[in-house]
Design a protein around this ligand. Structure first.
Ligand SMILES: *Cc1c(COP(=O)(O)O)cnc(C)c1O
Length: 341
């Protein structure tokens, strides 16, 4: 298959329309068959539920080329399950899991010319999303919805090596204890924009949010879960009902235990404890792991022994092992790598 003429290594992370996108419509209580269409625009009521009351959720995953030349996606079934939970919490109709995975596969196949070659570090980002499309003026769920998937080629997350970043403890809260922090709702991102713009102005790369109830426990950043490595090489991650269950983080915790033989634990983690840890990383689909070198809590600076030059040794092993599994260089657990072409 002929690839598009794209400078893969120098792609950034920005939207570039590809040939086809998937669209399914929910009307009169049922989803239609859905179809791949060429038009990259959406036409909806000026009073659509998504525009008035933010009734929308999304997912994010990647397709890429493995060492042996296959186009694959990483655990799309977990994106389907997570979107199911998001839809239920937002009073939106669920798009069935099997059909979700099938739609991901078909959309990637239709845009295979945009899947970057193995070794480029680039990938085809896949964005499934759903929104209330019919008019809603009194506050209630919309009657009609669209489920869509578009793809866009994105460049390597780390250009010229993964340099550790500096993050701040935010004075804002991301998610209330019984709110929507555990689902991938657009509204969670809308409210994170002000704090992240501010953090960037102050020279920080990211915000770490604390639990809103006590502001003593670590939760996550605006778009990535957090893992820590203790001085005795245990891999730990915060446990909380208001954290978004990252597929990358869940995969890394499995890799830590089953591939690297490390002890792992999901538990409440106090901000107070962080100064005693050896390594820290942010995990999500985009970067897999971004190493954190320094956490700033107002006038206190927590500098990890792994430093500001390179990933800590355990984070590096986790990164190498998970990317090895994704790229087909290491055997994958059953069902992790979905072959598309
Ligand atoms: C999407 C997201 C993540 C990362 O999840 P992955 O499935 O690993 O990509 C983490 N935190 C938040 C708030 C997110 O929205």
């Amino acid at each position: 298959m002929d690839k598009k003429n794209i400078d893969w290594e120098n792609l950034g992370f920005s939207y570039q329309p590809t040939d086809l996108r998937f669209v399914a419509n929910y009307k009169n209580g049922a989803w239609d068959e859905g179809a791949l269409i060429a038009d990259p625009t959406v036409t909806i009521s000026e009073c659509a539920g998504v525009l008035q009351y933010a009734q929308t959720c999304f997912e994010g995953l990647k397709a890429y080329t493995t060492e042996d030349g296959h186009i694959v996606a990483f655990r799309p079934d977990l994106n389907a399950e997570r979107m199911e939970n998001s839809c239920k919490r937002l009073e939106m109709p669920v798009y069935p899991k099997e059909k979700f995975v099938e739609a991901v596969v078909e959309t990637v196949k239709a845009n295979a010319a945009y899947v970057p070659p193995y070794g480029s570090g680039a990938s085809l980002y896949i964005r499934p999303y759903m929104f209330g499309s019919s008019a809603v003026i009194g506050v209630k769920p919309a009657d009609e919805y669209q489920f869509r998937i578009f793809t866009t080629p994105v460049g390597p997350y780390f250009k010229g090596g993964a340099k550790p970043i500096t993050v701040k403890i935010s004075d804002f809260d991301r998610a209330a204890p019984h709110g929507t922090g555990h689902i991938k709702a657009g509204l969670n991102y809308a409210m994170s924009l002000y704090p992240i713009v501010l953090a960037h102005q102050e020279g920080f790369d990211e915000n770490i949010y604390l639990d809103a109830a006590t502001r003593t426990k670590i939760e996550e950043t605006g778009g990535a879960n957090i893992i820590f490595v203790t001085k005795d090489q245990k891999v730990i991650t915060p446990k909380s009902n208001s954290i978004l269950p990252s597929i990358t983080r869940r995969s890394l915790m499995y890799v830590a235990k089953e591939y690297l033989g490390l002890e792992t634990e999901e538990r409440e983690i106090l901000l107070e404890e962080v100064k005693d840890f050896a390594e820290c990383g942010l995990c999500g689909t985009a970067a897999v792991i971004s190493p954190v070198g320094c956490i700033v809590d107002h006038d206190k600076e927590i500098r990890f022994p792994s430093g500001m030059e390179k990933m800590g040794p355990i984070i590096q092993k986790l990164y190498d092992t998970l990317t090895g599994i994704q790229m087909g260089r290491l055997p994958a657990p059953e069902g992790w790598v979905k072959t598309i072409l």
